[in-house]
Design a binder for this molecule. Structure first.
Ligand code: NAD
Ligand code: DAU
Length: 332
């Protein structure tokens, strides 16, 4: 049985990954999560508790991290401050968690010789023009725009330096925008779904022409498990499911699935420095490791996600009013 430490396992992707790993492997999972505003212990309560140990703590706490990393077979590092809008309000915690936290984990896996997988984002490459025929590949230059993406880019560089300088056995993956259950209501898709369920209207930043490349969170989890099993040490794999759509199209689909008029949304203040378009070319992952996305139909994945938010109001309701109050202060 493989011993697996998952950081950020109470967050959106981390909790879905823990569920996926328990369902698809015989791993014994330890979750290390600080339970910031974005972490939710209830995202893990339905899982078999004999397969998972939960530790509340900070990845910047070196003694705790060393104690937990020692004796593991693998660390998968999801924990991060993840929201671009928050990084524009207060970047400090992004520097602490995303850079110092990653450094702390790298020193621990280096010391105990533990295999490490680093979860990163397509945002490290900056953005693309709407009509650019190219997509991001593993050799695209780093060009992050926001404090969030700059700290994620820095953390990727730390990992590569620890591989080359100290022989740490690490792989990296950079994924596009995830959707699915257990995503915080601050993020685009859950915010619009829960606005409508609350009798309100979706909020589109600017004209709504910005493009994101959507992937279902379970397809991301499958890719990460595959890279931890068969990826080459020191290599980076881009994860994406050919899911490009602009924000206006996504909002119109959500409105249609919920039986509302397709134009029942508001335009609000745009995000400062708003990246125009992300798009992933995942040829390397597909050809070298044989990965394929299962959720190829975005509309049915979105419909299932809407059903999850309809059925799980108790999960998202406690976060909703505070999140909307934060947005309202910025005209969003
Ligand atoms: P999230 O904000 O939903 O969850 C982050 C989790 O990390 C939370 O449970 C939080 O409590 C925990 N955390 C934060 N600071 C911590 C600290 N100092 N110590 C321990 N735990 C801490 O984020 P997410 O959307 O699930 O993203 C997870 C990872 O995936 C991040 O590294 C993010 O950069 C990356 N990523 C996200 C997406 C996406 O679309 N959401 C896409 C590509 C990559
Ligand atoms: O690309 C991967 C990244 O995707 C991850 O690294 C980040 O952790 C994750 O948060 C996500 O970043 P984005 O900034 O793309 O996601 P967000 O959900 O905040 O916004 C998606 C798009 O929707 C973006 O163009 C901004 C827009 N938006 C967002 C909100 C919250 C709106 O138009 N209205 C909104 O209310």
């Amino acid at each position: 049985m493989r011993k697996l430490l998952v950081t950020g396992g109470a967050g959106f992707i981390g909790s879905n990954f823990v569920r996926y790993a328990i369902d698809h492997t015989d791993s014994a999972v330890t979750v290390l999560d600080k339970l910031t505003y974005a972490g939710n212990r209830r995202s893990l309560t339905d899982l078999p508790q004999n397969r998972m140990t939960f530790v509340q703590g900070d990845i910047c706490n070196a003694s705790l991290v060393h104690e937990l990393v020692r004796g593991q077979d693998l660390v998968v590092h999801f924990a991060a401050e993840s929201h671009n809008d928050n990084s524009l309000r207060d970047p400090s915690v992004f520097v602490a968690t995303n850079l110092v936290g990653t450094y702390t984990l790298l020193e621990a896996v280096r010391r105990y010789g533990v295999r490490y997988h680093h979860i990163s984002t397509d945002e490290v490459y900056g953005d693309l023009a709407l009509d650019d025929p190219n997509r991001f590949t593993e050799s695209s230059p780093y060009n992050p725009s926001s404090p969030y993406s700059a700290t994620k880019a820095g953390s990727d560089h730390l990992v590569r330096a620890w591989v080359r300088s100290f022989g740490v056995a690490a792989t990296l993956s950079n994924c596009s925008n995830n959707y699915g259950p257990y995503q915080h209501v601050e993020k685009f898709i859950p915010r619009q779904i829960t606005n409508i369920l609350d009798g309100g209207r979706p909020k589109l930043y600017g004209a709504g022409s910005n493009v994101r490349d959507w992937i279902h969170v379970d397809d991301h989890s499958a890719a990460v498990l595959l890279v931890t099993a068969e990826g080459k040490i020191g290599e980076t794999y881009l994860i994406g499911a050919d899911g490009e759509r602009n924000n206006k199209q996504v909002v119109e689909t959500i409105l249609e699935l919920l039986g509302k008029p397709h134009d029942a949304y508001d335009h609000v203040t745009d995000r400062a420095g708003h990246d125009l378009r992300y798009a992933i070319d995942s040829t390397k992952l597909r050809l070298e490791l044989g990965w394929r996305p299962i959720f190829s139909d975005f509309t049915s994945g979105l419909a299932a996600t809407i059903e999850w938010y309809q059925a799980n109001e108790a999960w998202w309701r406690p976060q909703k009013a505070k999140t909307e109050a934060n947005y309202a202060r910025q005209g969003q």
